[in-house]
Ligand binder design. Structure first.
Ligand code: ZN
Length: 428
C-alpha cells in the first residue's frame, strides 16, 4: 500500500512521514521534484530503498512493487548533498585548537552543517605544533553521516609545508620545509595519516615532488596553496599527482601574463590527459571579487569546487565573541578582530556561498550545484557514492545517497542522508 504524503508548498517537508517507523525494505518515492542529474535538472521521481537510489524501471518491471511512501517535493530542486572540503570550524569550535573536546566539536559542527545542506565535510587543521597532529589525527575518523550530523570524508591538513611569503594567518614559527629526509619529514610532523584526505603544501619547496608522489600513492589528495610557485613549478606538481588548488587567488602569486603562477593551471596545456585540476573558491562575496569568480568559472567550469573556509565564528550571532585568545566582532558576513577592520576569516556557510556564486557568475543552477557536490566528490575520488544522484551509484560498505531539497532561490528546505531526512526548515 502506498502512503501518500501530499503537502502544500509551505508544509510539504514538515509533514513527511517518519522513516523510523517503516521497515528496512521501505521504498520511498520522491515526486514532483527537479532532479539534478548529468548537468541537467530533470522532472523525474527519485526512488530510494536502503539509502540507495533505485532505477525506477527495475522497480516497475522487474520487481513489480509500488512505493511504500510518497513524498511530494512541491516542485523543488532535489540535488546531491553539499561537500565542504575546507572548513576550519564553526559555532565556536576551532578544529585546530579543540584539544580533548575535538570529537565533540566536530560532531557539533557536523550537526549544524545539515542546516546548510552539507552532508559531508573535511575538517581542516591549519599549521599546528606536531603534538596537535599526533593527538588529533587519530581521533578524526572518517564517518558516515546521519541524524547526528554530516559525515567526515577525511581531514584536510593545510600547512605547515607552505610558503613563508604567503603564510596568511598561519603561525610563522611553525612553518616547515622538507629536508633531505623527504617524505619522512611529513610523517614525523603529522604522525599517523590514515584519516587524512587532503594535504595543502607549497610545491616550490625543495623535495616537494617526492612528497607529492608518496602522498598520491597513499591516496591522499595533494593541494597547491599558500605558495609562490610559478606556473612551471605548479605544472610539475600536477604531473607528480597534485589534483587541487587551495582557495584560488588567495595566498598565491597574483595572475601575471608572463607567468600566471598557480592560477595558470586553469588553462594549462600541461595537465596530463584524462586528469582534471580542481580548485577551491571561497565565494562569500568578501574573499574573492565577483569578477575573479567569473574569470575562474568561465575558464575552467568543471574544476570549480566551492569551499566555505569557515572559521569558528561561522554560525555565531552578530556581536562580540571570545574565540580562543581573540575577541571577534561579527557584522553581517564580516568577522573582524574586535575594534579593528582586520578580517579574521570566512564566516559564510556553504549554502550562502552557493547562492552568491550562482548570482555573481550568472551560471546555471546546475553548474552552481555541481560545484558544491559533484566536483568535490570527483576531486576526492568518491563520486561513485557522493555528489551524484545516479541509480545504484553506491557499492560496498559506504552505502549512502545524500541529497538536499532547495527552493528556486537555492535556499535549503531539507537535508537527507542515506535517503532519510536529517533536517528540515521550520515553518515557523
Ligand atoms: Zn588558507
Amino acid at each position: 500500500m502506498i502512503k501518500d504524503a501530499y503537502f502544500s508548498e509551505t508544509t510539504c517537508v514538515k509533514n513527511m512521514p517518519s522513516h523510523s517507523t517503516t521497515s528496512d525494505d521501505t521504498i520511498t518515492q520522491f515526486i514532483n521534484c527537479f532532479l539534478l542529474r548529468d548537468q541537467k535538472l530533470l522532472q523525474e521521481d527519485l526512488w530510494v530503498r536502503h539509502g540507495k537510489i533505485l532505477d525506477p524501471e527495475k522497480v516497475f518491471f522487474d520487481e513489480k512493487v509500488p512505493a511504500d511512501v510518497r513524498v511530494d517535493c512541491c516542485g523543488k530542486i532535489l540535488a546531491p548533498g553539499f561537500i565542504d572540503v575546507q572548513i576550519n570550524g564553526g559555532y565556536g569550535v576551532d578544529f585546530s585548537s579543540s584539544g580533548a573536546d575535538l570529537q565533540d566539536g566536530v560532531q557539533l559542527v557536523g550537526k549544524k552543517l545539515l542546516t546548510h545542506g552539507v552532508t559531508s565535510f573535511c575538517p581542516t587543521i591549519v599549521t599546528s605544533p606536531t603534538q596537535v597532529y599526533c593527538q588529533d589525527l587519530p581521533l578524526l575518523h572518517r564517518s558516515v553521516g546521519g541524524e547526528h550530523g554530516a559525515g567526515v570524508l577525511g581531514v584536510h591538513l593545510e600547512g605547515p609545508f607552505i610558503s613563508r611569503e604567503k603564510k596568511g594567518a598561519h603561525a610563522a614559527e611553525l612553518l616547515r620545509t622538507f629536508t633531505a629526509r623527504g617524505t619522512k619529514d611529513v610523517f614525523d610532523i603529522y604522525g599517523d595519516m590514515d584519516n587524512v584526505s587532503i594535504v595543502t603544501l607549497a610545491p616550490e619547496l625543495p623535495r616537494s615532488h617526492e612528497v607529492i608522489q608518496e602522498l598520491n600513492r597513499r591516496g591522499i589528495c595533494v593541494s597547491l596553496g599558500h605558495s609562490i610557485a610559478n606556473l612551471s613549478q605548479a605544472e610539475a606538481a600536477v604531473q607528480q599527482g597534485a589534483c587541487f588548488i587551495t582557495h584560488l587567488f588567495n595566498a598565491m602569486l597574483p595572475f601575471h601574463h608572463r607567468d600566471p603562477g598557480i592560477v595558470g593551471l586553469l588553462t594549462s596545456d600541461q595537465i596530463p590527459p584524462g586528469r582534471t585540476i580542481y580548485y577551491g573558491m571561497i565565494a562569500d562575496g568578501i574573499h574573492t571579487n565577483p569578477a575573479a569568480l567569473r574569470i575562474a568559472h568561465s575558464s575552467h567550469p568543471t574544476g570549480l569546487v566551492l569551499v566555505s573556509d569557515a572559521i569558528m565564528a561561522m554560525g555565531l550571532s552578530p556581536g562580540i565573541h571570545r574565540l580562543g585568545q581573540q575577541h571577534v566582532e561579527i557584522h553581517g558576513l564580516h568577522a573582524f578582530v574586535e575594534g579593528t577592520q582586520t578580517l579574521c576569516g570566512s564566516i559564510a556557510t556553504m549554502d550562502m556561498c552557493l547562492r552568491h556564486f550562482w548570482k555573481a557568475t550568472g551560471c546555471s543552477v546546475e553548474a552552481a550545484l555541481e560545484a558544491a557536490s559533484l566536483h568535490p566528490a570527483q576531486m576526492l575520488g568518491v563520486s561513485d557514492r557522493k555528489g551524484t544522484l545516479a541509480h545504484d551509484s553506491d557499492a560496498g560498505w559506504w552505502i549512502m545517497n545524500d541529497f538536499v531539497l532547495l527552493d528556486d532561490e537555492l535556499r535549503v528546505s531539507a537535508t537527507y542522508i542515506a535517503g532519510k531526512r536529517v533536517w528540515k526548515q521550520s515553518d515557523d
